[in-house]
Design a protein around this ligand. Structure first.
Ligand SMILES: [Zn+2]
Length: 85
């Protein structure tokens, strides 16, 4: 086990801890949708970087449709199981 040579004073510890703080992130406006975005990051609102679409953003409607399709498939699957018995 590592053993410290000297006790670190309360003042030293507290002075160091006084430097712990959260930084406010630097933000710029997206060139496409004008939402605040971190520089050099893909926009999470429209999925573009440097004016080029790089990722597909899933909207609320898309999620709803996906969920409905999943439930429909599940129901159909249950029907198949029932008929096969
Ligand atoms: Zn954007």
């Amino acid at each position: 086990m590592a053993v410290q040579k000297k006790k670190r004073s309360r003042a030293r510890t507290r002075h160091q801890r006084s430097q712990y703080k959260l930084k406010v992130p630097n933000l710029v406006l997206c060139s496409q949708c004008k939402n605040p975005v971190r520089p050099h990051y893909v926009c999470q609102e429209c999925g573009t970087y440097g004016g080029v679409s790089v990722i597909e953003i899933e909207t609320k409607e898309m999620r709803k449709k996906k969920k409905e399709a999943k439930e429909k498939a599940k129901e159909e699957g249950e029907n198949v199981v029932k008929t096969s018995r």
